[in-house]
Every structure is written in C-alpha cells, then in structure tokens.
Design a protein around this ligand. Structure first.
Ligand SMILES: Cc1cc2nc3c(=O)[nH]c(=O)nc-3n(C[C@H](O)[C@H](O)[C@H](O)COP(=O)(O)OP(=O)(O)OC[C@H]3O[C@@H](n4cnc5c(N)ncnc54)[C@H](O)[C@@H]3O)c2cc1C
Length: 380
C-alpha cells in the first residue's frame, strides 16, 4: 500500500545529500557552468563518489548503496536543486548500469558494477542516439556482427553523456538491417577498446558541466561475454531502462523547480516596490502559489512512478507522466523566477538564468516530451 511517509532512513539520506550538495557542489556551480568543451571538472563527482552516490542504484552485494528508485529520486531532487547538470550525470551513470543490473551475467555484474561504487569517481555512459536516429530508435545504423564469439561494431553515437570519460559505455547496435528492433543487441564497451574514438564534444546551452560527446566506433571488437542479456531481449531491456530513467529525470526537474521557486519566493519577499514587498502583489504571490501546487503534483507523480518501479508493478505510463511533469514544472518555475526577479533575474549575478538554461534540456533528454506523450497515448 502506498503512503506518503518518508522513512527515517530516507529522511537521513535527504539530509546527507542536501548537506553534501550545499557544502561541496554549490560553491563550484558557477565555475562548473563556465566550463568549455575542453575542460571537465570532476570535483562534484569526486564528492558524490566518496559518499557512494554517483550510481546509488548499484546493489549492496557489489558495494553500492542499493537504493531503490524512490530513495534515488529523493537524492536526485536534492542534487537537481543545486545543479541539474551534476544530477544528470548521476542519471547517466544509473542509465548505463541499469541493463547490467537488470540482465547482466554474474561476470558482467562482478566486473562493471563495483567500480561504480568506488570512492574514486567512475563515470559510465549510455549510447543509443545517433546522428540519424533520435526519437526513432528503430532507425539506428550502428551495426554489430558476430564471428566465432567476437563482435565487430561499427557506427556513430551522438549526444553521449560522459562520452570519452566513461570507464565503460552501455551501447546498442543492430544485427539486422530489416528488423532493427528484433536485431537489437546491448553491449558493454570498455573505454580502452581499440577503434573507439571520441568525436565532437558538444557545446551546450545548459547543464554545461556535463560532458556530452559523439562516439565513433570503427571496427570495435568485443567478446560475446560483453553482450548484455539473452539474444532478442535487448529492445525490452532498452524500454525497461528508459521507463526507469524517465521517472528519475522527473526528479531532477522537481529539484530544479524547487530551487527556482525558493529563490523567487525569497526575492519577492525582500524586493520592495511601491512601498511594500512585490510578494504583496497578488500578481506575484499567485504565480508562486500556482508553482507550489505544480511542484508538489510533479513530485507526487515522480514518487508514484518510483514506488511502482520499486514494487515491480507496471510503471511505464507513470514514469512518462513523471518525466513530463518534472521537466515542464522546471521550465515554468525557472521562467517565472526570472520574471519575479525582474531585470536582475536576467543577469549572471543570480542563479535564475542558469536554472532557465538547465531546465530546457529536461524536455529533450530521455526521449522528448512528445515521445512521452506517444508512450502514454499508446497505453490509453
Ligand atoms: C544534452 C543532451 C544529452 C543527451 N544524452 C544522451 C545520452 O547520454 N545517450 C543517448 O543515447 N542520447 C542522449 N541524448 C539524445 C536525446 O535522447 C535525443 O536528443 C532525443 O531522444 C531526441 O532525439 P533528436 O534530438 O534526434 O530529435 P528528433 O528525433 O529529430 O526529434 C525532433 C522533434 O520531432 C519530434 N518528434 C519526433 N518523432 C516524433 C513522433 N513520433 N511524435 C511526435 N513528435 C515527434 C520530437 O519530439 C522533437 O520535437 C542527449 C541529448 C541531449 C540534448
């Protein structure tokens, strides 16, 4: 039975992540946002790794915290409130680990999960998107062919978070040009494999601390032992991974929305115009009241989706709803915060313009919000 009580353990987790984020990540957020293509600052990820929070879903038997999705969402809301980029890197690590946790062999789990729980930061990547295959993943052109237990992979992957930094990449390719869905195969591609090259590192509007790059696979050879799950199961595995990740993307959005809301609320109570705080104007306070309600409803959708995941119930629709709600409220709160802060909101002196830039990506990643609507519509 669902309830809205967060356990004492979960409350402690929230306090731990909040304190860590405020102490070790918040002071660096401005500098991280200035990052250009060439630099990558692993400071926040080092801090998270020291707390075993870089991939919190890694099961305890592999050294991880073994957090369920509900608890992970609570942690991601806290991180998202301080820096959506840092939180997004955590979701990328979770994404990369998910297929291994769900369907990996004992050998794969034993080799690739423990490093994600080391105190040293270990980044992982998830590579599906291609230059000509975005929303339509059945059009992927990366090929995989097996000969005597060795797979040769050729293709280009686009927009890969942690691309070029990851210890391993969970990557999808197809064996069948006619039926790419049935021919889909999931691989673990180690960072040091021959033929794996890093292409363009993308220069982005927001979440600038996140390294996002093109990966080129030129006759990459991996052994059969690095195929994840039984043959023919990769499409299902991919959908399960997405369905889980989407709820967490929603949690990042809720965190960002909360931060923008709280900033705007404080600002509006201090900023005096016409002899009183601008919060005294209903035009301002009603916007904040509306936001408070929308943030809470997005949070409840995230919690519901995560609760369904943790209880192994049907979570597909709830997860897509949580992703839409979290990403939308993040953008609405950031835009409203900028209006409420007036001209100052537009300056780099306040965090609001970063909230707006960071929020924008949330409706694009993990499948665009149109794709979430298509998922929901297909289940109505
Ligand atoms: C910062 C960032 C990080 C990312 N990280 C990763 C990553 O780590 N790994 C990875 O594999 N991918 C990653 N992506 C890729 C991301 O998942 C894709 O950008 C996304 O799935 C959309 O694909 P696309 O950009 O090719 O858009 P397109 O598929 O070309 O879509 C263009 C527009 O058409 C709409 N559209 C397309 N098809 C439909 C449809 N059937 N119904 C309604 N509308 C439709 C879309 O909603 C969108 O508005 C990342 C993207 C970004 C921007």
């Amino acid at each position: 039975m669902a309830n809205f009580n967060i356990s004492a353990e979960q409350r402690q987790l929230v306090e731990e992540v909040r304190a860590l984020a405020l102490r070790q990540i918040a002071p660096a957020v401005g500098m991280l946002d200035e990052a250009d293509d060439g630099r990558f600052n692993d400071g926040p990820f080092r801090a998270l790794a020291e707390h075993n929070l870089l991939t919190p879903t890694v099961p305890q038997e592999y050294g991880g915290r073994g957090l369920g999705y509900f608890s992970t969402a609570l942690a991601l809301e806290e991180l998202g409130a301080v820096c959506a980029g840092v939180a997004t890197v955590v979701t990328a690590n979770i994404h990369a680990a998910s297929p291994i946790i769900l369907a990996g062999s004992a050998g794969q789990r034993g080799t690739y999960l423990p490093p994600l729980a080391y105190a040293e930061p270990c980044l992982a990547a998830f590579a599906l998107t291609e230059p000509e295959a975005g929303s339509d993943i059945t059009s992927i052109a990366t090929t995989a062919a097996c000969n005597k237990g060795l797979w040769t992979i050729n293709g280009v992957k686009e927009f890969v978070i942690n691309g070029g930094l990851a210890r391993f990449t969970t990557l999808f390719a197809t064996t069948d040009k006619e039926d790419k869905r049935a021919g889909l195969v999931a691989f673990i591609v180690p960072y040091d494999v021959q033929g794996l090259k890093v292409g363009t590192v993308h220069n982005k509007m927001g979440i600038r601390c996140v390294r996002t790059a093109r990966l080129i696979l030129d006759k990459v050879i991996v052994p059969d032992e690095l195929v994840i799950g039984p043959r023919g199961s990769a499409y299902l595995l991919l959908m399960q991974t997405f369905d889980r990740g989407r709820a967490l993307a929603g949690a990042v959005g809720v965190g960002l929305a909360r931060a923008a809301f709280e900033f705007a609320l404080q600002y509006s109570k201090h900023r005096q115009q016409f002899g009183r705080p601008v919060f005294a104007q209903q035009a301002v306070s009603f916007v904040l009241a509306e936001l408070a309600a929308r943030i809470e409803s997005a949070r409840l959708l995230v919690w519901k989706a995560c609760w369904l995941i943790d209880n192994d119930l049907d979570y597909t629709m709830a997860s897509s709803m949580a992703k839409i709600a979290g990403s939308q409220v993040a953008q609405e709160a950031a835009a409203a915060a900028m209006d409420i802060c007036g001209g100052r909101g537009y300056l780099k002196d306040l965090p609001v313009e970063k909230y707006l830039r960071d929020a924008r990506v949330l409706s694009l990643i993990e499948g665009t919000n149109n794709i979430q609507k298509a998922v929901i519509a297909s289940l109505l």
